[in-house]
Write a protein that binds this ligand. Structure first.
Ligand code: SF4
Length: 191
């Protein structure tokens, strides 16, 4: 198997779907062989594209609050790897929503990247696209509510975008039942 350094160099040079990326290729990920928790997210947004750092935005703040981890813990590669299903910003849909992750990306890179994470104890499936890639088709809300079916290795979550605030208001069990269990699973995986 090639080294992680070689693989990351190839990922950063990838141009496979450059012709359809509105801002061009810029893979955004955080990977180290030491990681204990994998955040399987969807695709970077414009802020991550410009900064080069995943989740350094309001969604990231919400995700860290859900996980009950500090910013330093979150970006410590001994703790977390962050690998979206689509590694580059995919653009927006005509209706203004985020475009889905590019379909070319996961078949090219995902399996190779995950092979360099031997110590991962918990995978957080963040958002419907991530859940579909790992578990097949299904309803995001049902999966999150049934999170116990996937423990101890997998924890399905909604995407922590501003829209989720309204979703959580309509699904109060997320705060009362899911988040305490999520925080316990994260602490268990990190210690
Ligand atoms: S989204 Fe993935 S496949 Fe497309 S250019 Fe970026 S790294 Fe390559």
């Amino acid at each position: 198997m090639e080294t992680l350094k070689t693989l990351l160099s190839k990922v950063r040079d990838c141009q496979a779907c450059a012709h359809v990326l509105p801002l061009g290729p810029r893979p955004i990920l955080q990977v180290a062989v030491t990681a204990r928790i994998l955040i399987a997210s969807q695709a970077p947004g414009t802020k991550a594209h410009h900064s080069g750092v995943p989740f350094r935005d309001a969604s990231g703040n919400r995700l860290r609050e859900w996980l009950e981890v500090s910013t330093d813990e979150f970006y410590d590669t001994r703790n977390f790897a962050i690998i979206p299903i689509g590694l580059c910003y995919p653009g927006r849909l005509p209706n203004g929503g985020d475009a889905p992750p590019r379909p070319e990306c996961a078949p090219l890179w995902r399996k190779k990247l995950l092979a360099h994470l031997p110590d991962v104890r918990l995978t957080l499936l963040v958002g419907a696209h991530s859940q579909a890639a790992a578990l097949g088709r299904g309803l995001m809300t049902s999966r999150v509510r049934g999170f116990r079916d996937h423990l101890p290795a997998i924890f399905p979550l909604p995407h922590p975008s501003w829209r989720t605030k309204h979703w959580a208001e309509g699904n109060p069990w997320f705060d009362t039942d899911v988040l305490p269990s999520l925080r316990a699973a994260v602490r268990c995986a990190l210690t």
